[in-house]
Design a protein around this ligand. Structure first.
Ligand code: ZN
Length: 657
């Protein structure tokens, strides 16, 4: 690992201690093998003015909830140093009490809550203190003679602390153990199964000691436990069975009591092909603070997905019962990641952010396991130590503060014709309610018009079955499943009397307005069967119940589409899939209705444009957003008991009612 220190970058931040503290904290945050997902913390001791302008010794320590990679001065809590240091002498304090006490020592009422490791930072006398959960160091400590190996690598430069749960206990333990040490002789502290502390008189020396210590651990691993490169064909692993993935997502969603996403990661295929992989992923996490994200062990997925997730949740409940003191509430027992033997890993999460977090942690854990195996065996902490962190009062409090999930959070909806008009409005409506979307459109602008984090967009002609299949399978690999389909893509074909209609116009309407819906339905049914409360909405037309002259090609195709939906409702009811049809009319805020076209049509009817827009019983204008709101509602709970229905959204039409 190389030092990222750059004189001119450092200077640009500022010369004062806090600015430099921000600078090297960010350098640490940039390196995922030092800190992952908000892990690690840093501090600086300096003098500053309190509320009354009196100068006092302060400890600026990272606030909880801040990520080192993007930290700002405001991300540090300024605490009265001497008082924080004295807290280490208190006989016993619960961690939630400790957090409240630390907060009361802040001189800035607007500062964030200080890190739970604040007292430990105060105990170390140096001005700058850096703390990480470096992969390489933690890997070595997770082996049978890890402590011996750490001693062998670092000698007397490092003070070793056996595992103690983070929080007040750990701070107190380090305080007691280091009462008589000569800090000037030390470069750092290694906490077994947890991480590293380094310190120094200036920002650079503390940071570079971290890099030095971690580099030595990396070199040790490269010599004693080199990582073998994968010989597995990643292409083969990538072609993993997407239907199995969808079934796994459904099983985990049911176990979690809410819809989750699932993402297949083929980069773990070589690890997943080890015969001992199922046993290795059942030993425990890399560091205990990962347990909140990953749970203690992985689910080992086998052919019978439903049955094997049932075994996982039963084992989780037994683990809870074995370790609870009786006053705790069991968390949802669903797995957060799975080993898919021979294929790779699958991660689960309620948001893309959660998926990324779990994926990141797993990607760092698997190489650590493989290397520790070469050092005599991967050895995680015993389950009661992991349990204590998983059910730590501070973590439980965090969970109860979690914001309520949006109405459709975790649901995945596919929308065709997504680049404009009703389809575009449907994408927006799904996003506004928290769903993730698979957006298909023939127009390749679709790939750049939505937030990539929540929309998988594909330029795809829905009349091309192969293209539709490719898009759907790609989306399943990303989200893990599909719960709703709005089959919307359509074309207005040119107006012509039956006597004059061309074969070309007729076939085009049939192809886009009818055949394509059959293709989308056929390709999505297998995934909807493994969806959560699955539903299909077909976008029909007022022309179905009330056809107009000159629109045979359009009306016949839309009538066929309606009949397709009715038969689908009959066939798919047994799988719990609902199929309903919307019949919109006169939706003018779409690309086809330019002001010129609108003016011409209004004139034809002898009306002004405004009256023409509202030529329905209610005299209201029907917008794409109105149609989208109804389409989204049809896929949701409100219509949970409705299938085979045709619902007009037209302001009332006297030929329909
Ligand atoms: Zn830590």
């Amino acid at each position: 690992m190389r030092s990222l220190w750059d004189d001119s970058e450092a200077k640009a931040r500022g010369k004062d201690a806090l600015s430099l503290r921000v600078y090297t904290s960010r350098l640490i945050g940039r390196e995922p093998s030092l800190v992952l997902q908000g892990g690690g913390n840093t501090s600086v001791k300096t003098r500053g003015a309190d509320l009354f302008g009196e100068t006092t010794d302060l400890l600026y320590v990272k606030g909880s909830g801040w990520d080192l990679a993007g930290i700002e001065p405001a991300g540090f809590a300024p605490l009265r140093l001497e008082a924080v240091r004295r807290m280490a002498e208190l006989p016993s304090v619960t961690d939630s009490r400790m957090v409240a006490m630390l907060k009361s020592l802040s001189i800035d009422p607007d500062a964030p809550a200080p890190s739970v490791e604040a007292i430990l930072h105060a105990v170390i006398p140096s001005a700058f203190v850096d703390h990480t959960h470096a992969d390489a160091v933690v890997t070595i400590t997770n082996t049978p003679d890890g402590m011996h190996r750490i001693g062998e690598i670092y000698g007397d430069r490092i003070f070793i602390v056996p595992y103690v749960m983070p929080g007040f206990e750990l701070a107190r333990e380090v305080y007691e153990m280091t009462r008589d040490v000569d800090w000037a002789e030390l470069e750092g502290i290694i906490l077994m199964n947890h991480g590293v502390f380094t310190f120094g008189d200036d920002a650079r020396s503390s940071y570079e000691r971290m890099i030095q210590i971690v580099s030595e651990a990396e070199d040790y691993l490269d010599t004693h436990a080199p990582l073998e490169t994968s010989s597995i064909d990643a292409e083969e692993a990538r072609a993993a069975d997407v239907l199995r993935l969808a079934r796994a997502r459904r099983a985990v969603s049911l176990a979690a009591g809410g819809t989750v996403f699932a993402r297949f990661d083929p980069t773990a295929s070589s690890f997943a092909s080890r015969p001992d992989a199922p046993e290795l992923v059942s030993r425990g996490p890399l560091t205990p603070d990962h347990v909140i994200r990953t749970k203690r062990v992985a689910w080992v997925m086998d052919d019978d997905v439903e049955e094997s997730v049932g075994r996982f949740t039963a084992a989780y409940r037994e683990y809870f019962e074995r370790n609870t003191d009786g006053a705790l509430t069991c968390l949802d027992p669903a797995p957060r990641w799975a080993l898919w033997p021979g294929r790779g890993v699958v991660v689960f999460g309620r948001s893309q952010g959660e998926l990324n977090a779990v994926n990141d942690i797993v990607a760092h854990t698997l190489p650590a396991i493989e290397r520790a195996e070469q050092l005599g065996g991967w050895q995680a902490l015993p389950e009661d130590a992991i349990f204590d962190v998983e059910y730590w009062e501070l973590e439980q409090a965090k969970l109860s503060r979690a914001p309520r999930a949006a109405e459709l959070a975790g649901r995945v909806a596919l929308v065709t014709g997504a680049a404009s008009g009703i389809g575009h409005a449907c994408v927006e409506a799904f996003l506004a309610r928290g769903a993730s979307v698979v957006a298909l459109d023939r127009n390749d602008a679709v790939t750049s018009m939505f937030d990539e984090a929540r929309v998988a967009a594909f330029a795809c002609d829905v009349t091309d079955a192969t293209a539709v299949e490719f898009a759907i399978e790609s989306a399943i690999r990303r989200y893990g499943g599909l719960d709703a389909v709005v089959s919307n893509a359509g074309v207005f074909t040119e107006s012509a009397r039956i006597a004059e209609i061309s074969g070309e116009v007729w076939r085009k309407s049939m192809s886009v307005n009818l055949d394509a819906h059959r293709i989308v339905l056929q390709k999505t049914i297998p995934f909807l069967e493994s969806g959560i409360d699955p539903a299909v909405v077909m976008v029909g037309s007022k022309n179905v119940p009330a056809p107009g002259k000159g629109a045979a090609a359009y009306s016949v195709a839309k009538a066929g589409l309606t009949q397709l939906a009715r038969v689908a409702a009959l066939e798919l009811a047994a799988s719990g899939i609902r199929v309903n049809v919307l019949h919109p009319n006169d939706v003018f805020d779409t690309a086809i209705w330019t002001p010129e076209v609108l003016a011409a049509r209004a004139k034809e009817y002898g009306m002004d444009v405004e009256s023409y827009r509202r030529r329905n019983l209610l005299r209201v204008e029907v917008t794409s957003a109105d149609v989208a709101a109804l389409a989204v509602a049809l896929t949701g709970r409100l219509f949970a008991k409705t299938t085979g229905a045709q619902i007009p959204v037209d302001g009332g039409n006297d030929r329909v009612v």
